[in-house]
Design a protein around this ligand. Sequence first.
Ligand SMILES: Cc1ncc(COP(=O)(O)O)c(C=O)c1O
Length: 402
Amino acid sequence: MNYDFTSVIDRKGRDAYAVDWIGKEPGIAPEVPDEGFDCIPMWVADMNFPVAPPIVEALTERIRHPLFGYFELSERYFEAIIRWQERSRRVRDLRAEHIYMDNGVMGGLISALKVLCSPGDPVLLHAPVYRGFKDTLHLCGYHIVYSRLIQDENHVWRMDFADMEKRISENGIHTAILCSPHNPCGRVWEREELLEAMELFRKYEVFVVADEIWSDLIFKGHRHIPVQSISEDAKNRTVSLYAPTKTFNLAGITGSYRIVYNSWLRDRIEKEAEMTFYNNKNVLSMHALIGAYSPESEPWVEELCRVLEANMGYACTYIRKYFPGVSVAEPEGTYMLFIDCGRWCQIHKKTLDEVLKAGWRVGVGWQDGRLFEADCHIRLNLAMPFVRVQEAFRRLRAYVFC
Ligand SMILES: Cc1ncc(COP(=O)(O)O)c(C=O)c1O
C-alpha cells in the first residue's frame, strides 16, 4: 500500500460528530459503550482515514496566504471538475457553464426541488432510503411516495419498475430522486436499469434529481454510469449532484456541485440557490476540491476502493460463516453495509432494538435500519482500517450474534 489506510487515528475531541456524538442523540446515535469497550464509529457516513496528500498540500498552500476575503470560483476549479468527470466517467461534453457550486448535496437537492415542485407535491423515492432525503423532504413539506427496492434471487437490490410506474401514475408524480450508487443498499445501477428508469420518467414527464455523491467509490466488476449519459432526454431532465466530500472524507469542509445541462432548469435552480444566501462559497472548499480532483489523487482513490472492497468482502464472508440468519447483499460500491437481521431475530426471539443495543454496549457503533425505511436492518460504515473492522466483527460474534 502506498497510502495510509491502516493507522487507527483517535478522533475524540477533534470535531468528529461520529465519535463525539455517541450517546447524545437518542434514537439516532449509538449509546455509550460499557466500561472496557471503546466505540468503533460505524454510523455516520464519513471515513476514519486521513485525506489524500494532494488535498493537504492544496489547503496548506492556500492557508500560507493568510487572507480569506470574498472570492470567485477559479478556472482551476472548473477545470478540475471537467477533468475528473472525463477521467472517471468518460463525460466529454461538460463545460464550466453547466457546473454550479453548492455548499452541500442536500442544499443542491432542495434548490432543485423548489423549481421542480412545490410543498405538498409528491416526490418519488426508493426505499430503503438515505435518511437525509427523508428528513430534508419532510422538513421542507414535500410528500414522499416510496417505491420499495426488492431483492432478487441473488439478494441483489433491484428497482421494481412496475411499482414505480403505478406510483408515478396514481400519484401524478413529476419529480423523482435517484440515488446512484444507492445508499444504504450499495447498489451501482447497471446501464439497463437506468435506461428503464429514465424511460419511465420520460413517459410520465418526471424530472429527476440524481444524487451521485457516492459515484467514485465503486468496486471491481462494476462501473458508475452517470444518469445524464443515458440519453439526450435523460441529460435534459436530470439535475445531477456530485461532491468530493464522500470520496475524499471532506464533509467537515463541505462543498458539492450541480451539473445541469438544461439551461431553463439551470437558471431557475441558480436563482433559488442564490435567493437564500445559504450558498455562499467557501474558499477552502474550492481548494480542497482542486487538490482532491488532481491527477495525483487518482491512485489514492484506487487504493481506497480496494481497501473498502476488502473490508466489505471480509464482513460479508464473516456474516455468512458465523451469523446464520443474518442476510447481506454484497455492496457493489460505497462503504455502507446493510444487513438484514429479520430471520436471526425470529430464530432467537429478539427484537431489533435488543440487537442494536447489544452491539452498542460493546462499542459497535452501528445504526438502526428503520431510519432508512427498512424493517429489521442495520447499517454499518466500514470505512476504517481493517483491524477495526476485524475487531467490530469479533465483538459481534462474541457478544451479539451468539
Ligand atoms: C446519498 C447521500 N447524499 C448526500 C449526502 C450528504 O451530502 P452533503 O453533506 O453534501 O449534504 C450523503 C451523506 O451520507 C449521502 O449518503
